[in-house]
Design a protein around this ligand. Structure first.
Ligand SMILES: Nc1ncnc2c1ncn2[C@@H]1O[C@H](COP(=O)(O)OP(=O)(O)OP(=O)(O)O)[C@@H](O)[C@H]1O
Length: 258
């Protein structure tokens, strides 16, 4: 397949943001193709989360563009970007704490239905919405917790619920920022399997910010490396991990910390 002729699901061109004199993301141009899971790595403060915030619209770029399916969405607010197919894993603060896990997922399913084919109101019957939400909870292995409020869930189950919400919204581009952060060792595999499953089904484009190199190795088709806001490496995992710039900029620091 000639990737250069495939319209990327997501592209950034010269994406830049300055905070005062500090350039947190510096001229990052990158294309993300459907069916590919790209890990974004780099040391603390490299600009990974800021890059995500620029893509999802939480931050406005100082310069550069964000394109979804070839269309410029740089001027759009986060909600409009979501409707164009950008899905960023929710943080718990985005959930309705007084509602159950099932009701939260149902709202996510409904938002997708409302944004989708207005001619087909099939999902707008309450039963259909609930059935779909239940299927999503089943998929993330939270079916038995469907009547529990998010704040009463364990930390690991809360992260699974975040994955359920993004699955329910059926985005073209899935964005995960350290999805296993703070999880216990035995909870990590479930979330990794879920992300692997998202990648295997259909032609989702997945972006994953992740510090743990074993997670990156097991999931990524491609790694890009940010360092001081600049994209310094981009390629197949084995090649990128072995490159001197990564050994020095990232893995070297990890080794030094260990
Ligand atoms: N709103 C802001 N105002 C000022 N500086 C900011 C702001 N957001 C981020 N920065 C700075 O931008 C740089 C990049 O931060 P960012 O959080 O994107 O790094 P990161 O690669 O995600 O780091 P980590 O791995 O620690 O999460 C840091 O120097 C940070 O202090």
């Amino acid at each position: 397949m000639n990737l250069s002729t495939t319209t990327p699901a997501l592209e950034t061109r010269g994406l830049t943001i300055r905070f005062g004199g500090h350039v947190a993301v510096n001229d990052v141009s990158c294309r993300f193709t459907p069916g590919t899971l790209t890990a974004i790595v780099g040391p603390n403060g490299a600009g990974k989360t800021t890059y995500f915030n620029l893509v999802s619209g939480q931050l406005r770029a100082t310069a550069g563009q964000v394109l979804v399916d070839g269309q410029d969405i740089t001027g759009l607010p986060p909600s409009a970007r979501t409707r164009r197919g950008l899905g960023r894993a929710f943080q718990l603060t985005n959930l309705f704490p007084q509602l159950t896990a099932l009701e939260n997922v149902r709202l996510a399913v409904q938002s997708r239905a409302d944004a989708g084919w207005s001619l087909f109101k099939v999902w707008n019957s309450r039963r259909d919405l609930i059935e779909k939400a239940e299927a999503v909870l089943e998929r993330v292995r939270l079916a038995d917790k469907r009547h529990v409020a998010p704040k009463a869930l364990s930390h690991g189950d809360q992260r699974k619920l975040e994955v359920a919400l993004i699955i329910a919204m059926e985005p073209k581009v899935f964005m995960f920022d350290e999805p296993t952060a703070g999880m216990s060792v035995d909870e990590v595999p479930t979330v990794l399997e879920l992300i692997h499953d998202i990648k295997q089904r259909g032609d989702a484009t997945v972006l994953l910010v992740e510090h743990k190199m074993d997670v990156v190795r097991s999931l990524a088709d491609r790694i890009i490396v940010l360092h001081n806001g600049t994209l310094v490496a981009d390629g197949e995992p084995a090649e990128v991990i072995a490159s001197p710039v990564v050994q020095e900029a990232y893995l070297g620091l990890e080794a030094a910390r260990a």
